[in-house]
Write a protein that binds this ligand. Sequence first.
Ligand SMILES: NC(=[NH2+])NCCC[C@H](N)C(=O)O
Length: 386
Amino acid sequence: MKPRPPISHAYRPRERKPCVGWVKKYFNDCLCDLKDEISFGCGLVSLISWGVADIPQVITNFQTKSGHGVSLTFLLTWIVGDICNLLGCILEPVTLPTQFYTALLYTISTVVLVWQCIYYDHICRWWKSKKKEPEETVGEDAKSQAAAPITKSHESTISIPRWASPSPHRKSYYMSARSLARSGPSAMQLNESSSSSDDEALPVSSKKTVSAQPIRIPRSVGCGAIAATSLNLPYQTMALMEGYMEISMFKQLQVKQDVGVDENTYEMILGWMMAAIYLGGRIPQIWLNIKRGSVEGLNPLMFVLALVANIAYVGSLFGCNIVVRTTEREKIKPNMPWLLDAVVCVALDSSIILHYIYYKYIKRKKITRGGEEGEYTEEAVKLLLS
Ligand SMILES: NC(=[NH2+])NCCC[C@H](N)C(=O)O
């Protein structure tokens, strides 16, 4: 391990202003010039974007009572990547508090999202198929009664519910750019009913039938879980903030005891693992969209927010840590996994957003134009837009 550069000299020449009180207090960071402020601002944008990124998808899932629009494999890779990232934050002696909080925030929100998808797509289905069995028996009895010639029509009709759902920087010592950069990034669109090309391919009559018979799933469970998680979050976060402050003090001590910065092998392994997992995770989502030829149930805002968060993360890295704060080229190397991850994620998220635009607007227009009669087309448009 290379000896850590003397902490106290790292940024002192650039210190011109006193630290900003709340930044010092809550983020344990000191902004001494405009570049620091830009960097911190980018980190903050990234933190906020990540903090809310999953909410649109959570809302869409709640509205559709399904998580089929988003790939569960993609979300699970996010969680695995997040765990690597959190471990990296804890191991890294010079991690910024913004990084740690961001990582914690998106891990929690992604856990909520995954839980919701599993709940709607697996637990609910299983539970309803269990309930369905006795009801089907009743339905068969009803059918045989209906077949009897004397039975009146209104008595014979027993509707059987279909339960199956459709589917930085530290002034006191050298700071790794990764700290800010890690505060990463996804988008959502509130109240948008997503209509897939699968739906679009359906004849109008069958679409009407589907919309006339909404699948009813009790909301209380999903609501309760989300509310409970959200209510608990501030308290958990406060406790974690306190915990983090302690860890960070301990880490500062470590730094002073000349712990190496650049060549933390475990951190690098975790960093590259995290980057590979995050990047690989987009593939199942892209594949799902292509396979279905549809973006039904997917909230694009999640990816728009991820895009903003990743761009802001790169901005915070380049804006201050790597280019400005650190002049030594070799300091870029340890931050490469985070930098590469954010840059490639921007490209992949852009492609997912383009997919969304294609399936939602361009492909839909083509289908609409393909209508046989004016009336049919208009009606189809209304249904598709609804
Ligand atoms: N659960 C999360 N949102 N994790 C953040 C992932 C960050 C990573 N750069 C990505 O865009 O995939």
